[in-house]
Structures are given as structure tokens and as C-alpha cells.
Design a protein around this ligand. Structure first.
Ligand code: C5P
Length: 308
């Protein structure tokens, strides 16, 4: 396996995600839940620069000081990669955070996947994306999706990822309400009705795969939403407030919350909703588009094989 020479560096972007669909198939013996979900990467990005050092340690600097800790999932990802590759290079990760934290937008998971992908490029691509997804699964349920991003059907705990050849684009209005939600608390409080009807992801999958985006808008769904709103009724009020101003589009909680979003096939409708919401909502409002799937690993040229 190739080493990573000291002083080499790579820049990489880490997109956020929303869940266009999320059904919970059941609780597993290990306490996690089996999901059927369509993940969509969106164009809100953290950026990372990973640099090899002579220090022998993995360090991190971040514009959000509370994330500057050895427990940051990006640091754990770097350690997992070095272990798997049998390397003892020192690394410094500079993380520029733009994706809100504990927001259901997958920011921490995306940063971790970006570290795996970035290090794989720096090391001359010793691992396949399947290898990286296996490493990713041990870091967190949402991390495997972010190895490639784009649009994907995600099943199991999150480790089974099937990319969709989705040529279309959705436009998103995303509201981070200014407070976070604990994913573990939402899953813990989830009451799955044994007799309740399960929604089938195939309907939305087929509509999106065939480019039927207007009809797809009516099939967005999130099983975790009711529980997230039950835990914090501010989310229910915000959902109502957003629904009244988005011209009839559906408003959904992303993942376990706390962000709410609407997705539009039509850019003008999305922009209109964004303008209408800007004045009427607390927190941070984002306008975004679908983010494309990450390009396959390439061998970095020289010292700087970055994305930028
Ligand atoms: O895997 P991750 O650390 O992101 O999961 C956070 C929490 O969410 C877990 O502790 C678990 O309670 C819950 N979870 C779950 N089923 C999943 C994903 C997460 O129960 N598929």
C-alpha cells in the first residue's frame, strides 16, 4: 500500500442531505431500526482540507469550536482509514462547517465520509467505494450513503446503498429552526404500529427514476416526523407555518429533525416559497439544489490532488 507523503493535502466538499422518503421497517435485535429511505444530497456544503503531517497524531481545527474535539466523527473516520490501510501518517483536518448540527441534514456523517474519500485519493485509491462504505458503516448509520452521495435508496441500518441514476434536479427550501433534535431520542420514542400499513418506497423510486418529478412531490414521506414533532411541538408549529407559505408543497421533517424542508421540481416555485418564508420564519433558511453524485476516485497529481 502506498504511503501518504508528509505535506500532501487534499480539499473536499461534504454535502448535506434530506430524506425524500423514510419508512421504518422494524426494530432490530441490536436496538437499531431497519429503514427504507431515499436520501438526496443537497447543495449545502461543509469543506474539509486534509493535510498529512509528521506529528503522528490526527488533529482537527474547525470554525465551530465545540466540534474541535478528538470525538469528532471526522477524526474517527481518519483513524479508521489509517488502521485499515496500515498507515501511521499524522493528519490535520481543517473543517469549515456550514451545515447546521443536529439538524437531520447529515453534516457530521458527510464530513466523516469525505475524510474517507479524501484519504483514499491521497493514498492512491487503495480501497474501492464498497470498502469505504464498509468502513463508513462502523462510524454511523448515515455515513455509507455519503461515500458517493447523489440520490440513493438506503436500506438496513443505513449500510445498504443503491445509487439511483437520477438525471433530474429538485430545488429545496430548508429551514433549520435554530435548535437541534437528538436522533437517539426520536428512535427511542418511535411507536411502530404492528398492524399499521407501511408505505412502499417503490412508488417514489419509480416516479423519480422515470423523471416524473411533479408526481414525485406527492409521495415524499417521513415515518419519524410524528415522533419528532411529538418531542418538540415547535416543529409542528413551524411545519404549519411553512405549509401556509409554500404554495401547497409538502413540508417534511428531514431524518429525525430538526430541519424542515420542501422540495420542488420547479425552480421558480421553489424561489417563490423561499422568498415568502424568508420574512416569516425564525432560524436559518437555505435555498439549495440536488447535489450530484461524487466523481469516482482518481489518483491525485503531485502534492495537491484537491477538488478545489
Ligand atoms: O448510527 P448513528 O450513531 O447515527 O445512530 C444514532 C442513533 O439513532 C442510534 O443510537 C440509534 O438509537 C438510532 N438509529 C436507529 N436506527 C437507525 C439509525 C439510527 O435506531 N437505522
Amino acid at each position: 500500500m502506498k504511503d501518504i507523503p508528509a505535506g500532501s493535502s487534499i480539499g473536499i466538499e461534504a454535502p448535506a442531505k434530506v430524506n425524500l422518503f423514510l419508512e421504518v421497517a422494524g426494530r432490530r435485535p441490536d436496538g437499531y431500526h431497519d429503514l427504507e429511505s431515499i436520501f438526496q444530497a443537497i447543495s449545502i456544503y461543509d469543506t474539509l482540507t486534509i493535510e498529512s503531517t509528521r506529528s503522528g497524531a490526527v488533529t482537527i481545527s474547525c470554525n465551530v469550536k465545540t466540534l474541535e474535539t478528538p470525538e469528532n466523527l471526522a477524526v474517527e473516520a481518519a483513524r479508521a482509514f489509517l488502521d485499515a490501510a496500515g498507515l501511521d501518517t499524522g493528519l490535520h483536518i481543517a473543517l469549515e462547517k456550514r451545515i447546521p448540527v443536529r439538524a437531520g441534514l447529515g453534516g457530521g456523517s458527510s464530513d466523516a465520509a469525505a475524510v474517507l474519500v479524501g484519504l483514499n485519493r491521497l493514498a492512491g485509491a487503495p480501497f474501492t467505494n464498497d470498502d469505504l462504505r464498509a468502513m463508513a458503516a462502523s462510524l454511523g448509520s448515515d455515513v455509507p450513503f455519503f461515500v458517493e452521495g447523489g440520490t440513493a435508496l438506503v436500506e438496513g441500518r443505513g449500510e445498504r446503498v443503491r445509487q439511483m441514476d437520477f438525471g433530474g434536479v429538485f430545488y429545496f427550501v430548508v429551514l433549520y429552526p435554530g435548535f437541534g433534535v437528538s436522533t437517539a431520542a426520536v428512535y427511542k420514542n418511535l411507536r411502530l404500529k404492528l398492524t399499521g400499513e407501511k408505505r412502499n418506497v417503490k412508488v417514489l423510486w419509480d416516479l423519480m427514476s422515470t423523471g416524473n418529478l411533479d408526481a414525485a412531490e406527492g409521495e415524499f414521506f417521513n415515518r419519524l416526523e410524528e415522533t419528532a414533532i411529538g418531542l418538540d411541538d415547535r416543529l409542528g408549529k413551524l411545519k404549519l407555518r411553512m405549509s401556509l407559505r409554500t404554495g401547497g408543497a409538502s413540508v417534511l421533517v428531514s431524518g429525525s429533525g430538526s430541519s424542515l424542508f420542501s422540495a420542488f421540481a420547479d425552480k421558480h416555485r421553489a424561489l417563490k416559497a423561499y422568498e415568502a418564508l424568508k420574512a416569516a420564519t425564525p432560524g436559518e433558511l437555505y435555498f439549495a439544489g440536488s447535489a450530484m453524485r461524487r466523481a469516482p476516485a482518481v489518483h491525485p497529481k503531485g502534492d495537491n490532488g484537491g477538488d478545489f
